[in-house]
Design a protein around this ligand. Sequence first.
Ligand SMILES: Nc1ncnc2c1ncn2[C@@H]1O[C@H](COP(=O)(O)OP(=O)(O)OP(=O)(O)O)[C@@H](O)[C@H]1O
Ligand SMILES: C[C@@](O)(CCOP(=O)(O)O)CC(=O)O
Length: 451
Amino acid sequence: MTRQNHTVAVSAPGKVLLAGGYLVLDRAYTGLVFGLSARINVIAQQIPTSAGVHLNEIVVESPQFLEAQWRYGYHQADQDGGIKVTQLQVGSRIVANPFVETTLNYALTYIARAAHYKPSHTIKACRLTILADNDYYSQPASTASHAISASRFARFPTTLGGANKTGLGSSAALVTALTAALLTHYLDPTTFSLKSDSGKQILHNLAQAAHCAAQGKVGSGFDVAAAVYGSSTYRRFSPGILAILPEAGAPKFATLLEKVVNGLEEGAKWDTEVLKDAVSLPVGVAMRMCDVDCGSQTVGMVKQVLAWKAKDPEESKAIWDELQRRNEELAKVLKEGRKEDIKEAVRKVREYVRLMGTKSGVPIEPDSQTELLDALEGVDGVYGGVVPGAGGHDAAALLVEDNDETMERLREFLSQWSKKEGHGRVSLMGVKGEMEGVRSEELESYSGWLR
Ligand SMILES: Nc1ncnc2c1ncn2[C@@H]1O[C@H](COP(=O)(O)OP(=O)(O)OP(=O)(O)O)[C@@H](O)[C@H]1O
Ligand SMILES: C[C@@](O)(CCOP(=O)(O)O)CC(=O)O
């Protein structure tokens, strides 16, 4: 019996780059990446139609948000352009969701090729429901405690555009979970399985390609890798691999996408390196995140750090090489369970992150964060913390004793800290570091949210 078009549910984790921000953009270096307990879940269901009626429609909805429904028609584009979706109007306005739309173009095109659909074959209509765990978006203060205790998935009184992101990589987790749900829903398990290494590789390559196209730039891709594989050390793919892809729907898109994703394009083999075995936490240690109420501009910061690297290649290389060594040492200390060495390893990483910041003129670990992280080291049960990813003002990642007493002390410390003159509001998020990447889910987890 075929399992094609069955209802399926998939989830993919958010990310935090504990060490290796900026360095991970360059294949000569790696990033120490953690997957998070906050996941984006996608459920794919066939839309039932009466006998003989065919509906060419994909409906995507995020029922936690207001006005968050995107409806698409689809057709086979000319000259091997693949399956192209067109957004349909819902109500009086049309609000685009480029991450959803691009993922549909990429995944449906790949599916039609992988399943050897004939031109006459029509993809069946489908409804995709997106549910994001709490912590991807800040809860409005008035509803926070109520919303979290009332439901695993909070209902936000805003549109998605009006919600405040906390920087856990919602777009990468969404693109990955949506791609995985579509592949699992439409393809026979002998053609695609999330459980196999080759299935994960196809998902990774396809999600990286779609995510880069949707965001209009090729980043390091550590966020998509975390969504697929979970915690790992990550060496990026050569960006040239994606360079041969035309826009979705353009001539030859379908053939080239299939070649790129399957790694069959001569001279453009995937060279991503994901080492899952290199990363774990000592027993009894957890990775926790703090939300700091103050945004920063990652795009400008990346440009400026790379400009310094280009201008001062020798000095910057020496600093990056040493920082890489220190990042690797931190990963090793954690992997080997050497709790007594965590504090020192974190301090050494921070020292060089600050040096990179001073040299490039970018506030990677700004003074306010230095003050916070230094003070946090004094809290009983806290080993240390860093500014994750690109750094700046908006978050801190902590390594702590995994027990309620430490959490209580941390909450109390942060509440006092936030009250002090000149300090922003800092809060402990519910999210934790977790090892597992993408996975299939049981439908029961979503009762009340599905039609
Ligand atoms: N729950 C959701 N439902 C539908 N689309 C979503 C959802 N969450 C995120 N998205 C898509 O992802 C976009 C946000 O992506 P963006 O890259 O700006 O943030 P991010 O990935 O969370 O950022 P960061 O890398 O800083 O963590 C939204 O505009 C939307 O297109
Ligand atoms: C600066 C960079 O290395 C990390 C950005 O991480 P984040 O979005 O701040 O979590 C950019 C990248 O890797 O794409």
